[in-house]
Design a protein around this ligand. Structure first.
Ligand code: FNR
Length: 344
């Protein structure tokens, strides 16, 4: 018998893919100013970056997707192989299901079996306590813990949580979990207020995970018997808007950008808006489900690495720190957003 939770994991995979091409982001509202006189060649470019003393060879990674069903075990095995071959860090989906049901542990630990040396992130919801969070880390010998805060998803999910105790749990995790903690959204973005509150709790890294890519309001609404919460399908702040929100506080916190990232140009724009690292879920899942083998996805990721270096050449950015200072302009919609929020 497939449990309700395992069934939900499979539905998330198929619905994320089902809504893949509906998703619209506003990365095109940012433009990077090019140089026609490059100072560096491709071989001079250094794309490595650091987050809380952890070195990343590649500054983008495969963000949380799955675990907790037979199908998700196969997908996690593929992600681990791809991460290993490309040097990308990776996360798993929420390990809550494996903490409650030991039969589901292998669908997560498969990533360590395949990728013993890579950077692996554990994942748990902020409705769990620090003891559960540490179990998730230990299960994978994880280097980092992602803690997701997903109130919109829970409230639209038919069987989701209706009350939230995130603040107490996050405080506890920051003090008691043995690895660096990232607090992440799941595709609805973060306001400056949320990020400031998290910084005050002692959180050192957030993943804004904005709207514009995988849309859990649509996915969970589709799972509702009457599909009656469609009015939240444009809820949240986009990734770019969240990075604008983060700008005044990102000297105190590391900021990861994810949500709707599909190309090296999107990745470069996130860095130009101050991100320290960039995550991708929906686009990688789309490649996994629409390409026949892992090698196609590995080739695509290697093309993205080349593409990011090309954009760095074209903005005279030798390093990711240089790219963060690249000149950029906003379209009138983003400028309007920025003006209203900064004067608010
Ligand atoms: C997710 N995401 C997610 N995040 C998380 O922290 N825990 C989880 O269990 C899941 N589960 C999950 C399942 C599937 C099928 C997808 C596609 C995504 C959210 C993910 O990590 C990310 O925050 C959002 O998907 C936004 O990024 P993209 O997909 O637009 O790149």
């Amino acid at each position: 018998m497939v449990s309700q939770q395992s069934h939900r994991k499979d539905e998330h995979l198929s619905l994320a893919e089902h809504f893949y091409s509906d998703n619209t982001n506003n990365f095109s509202g940012v433009r990077l100013i090019p140089t026609s006189l490059p100072k560096y060649g491709i071989k001079d470019i250094d794309i490595s970056t650091k987050l809380e003393q952890i070195n990343f060879k590649v500054p983008f990674y495969i963000n949380a997707i799955t675990g907790g069903s037979e199908q998700s075990q196969k997908i996690n095995a593929r992600i681990a192989n791809i991460a290993k071959q490309t040097g990308l860090a990776m996360s798993v989906g929420s390990q809550s299901i494996a903490i409650n049901d030991p039969d589901q542990v292998p669908s997560f630990t498969v990533v360590r079996d395949i990728n013993p040396e890579g950077i692996v992130m554990a994942n748990i919801g902020a409705n769990h306590n620090a003891a559960d969070a540490q179990k998730a880390v230990d299960m994978l010998h994880a280097d980092i813990l992602e803690v997701h805060i997903n109130p919109t998803q829970e409230l639209v999910m038919p069987e989701g949580d209706r009350e939230f105790h995130f603040i107490e749990n996050i405080k506890d995790m920051i003090v008691n979990v043995s690895v660096p903690v990232i607090v992440k959204e799941v595709g609805f973005g973060m306001s400056q207020q949320t990020m400031t509150e998290l910084a005050n709790l002692g959180v050192k890294t957030v993943d804004v995970s904005g709207s514009g890519g995988t849309n859990f309001a649509k996915i969970e609404n589709f799972r509702r018997p009457n599909k009656d919460m469609d009015y939240l399908s444009a809820w949240g702040l986009s990734t770019i808007e969240s990075l604008i929100e983060a700008a005044p506080i990102n000297l105190e916190m590391n900021v990861i950008a994810s949500g709707g990232v599909k190309t090296p140009l999107d990745i470069a724009k996130c860095f130009a808006l101050g991100a320290d690292l960039v995550g991708m879920s929906g686009q990688v899942l789309h490649l996994l489900l629409s390409n026949h083998d892992d090698q196609d996805v590995i080739d695509q990721i290697n093309d993205w690495i080349y593409g990011l270096k090309a954009i760095m050449v074209l903005t005279n950015s030798k390093t990711i720190s240089d790219l963060k200072k690249a000149d950029k302009i906003f379209d009138s919609e983003l400028l309007n957003f920025q003006n209203q929020r900064n004067s608010g």
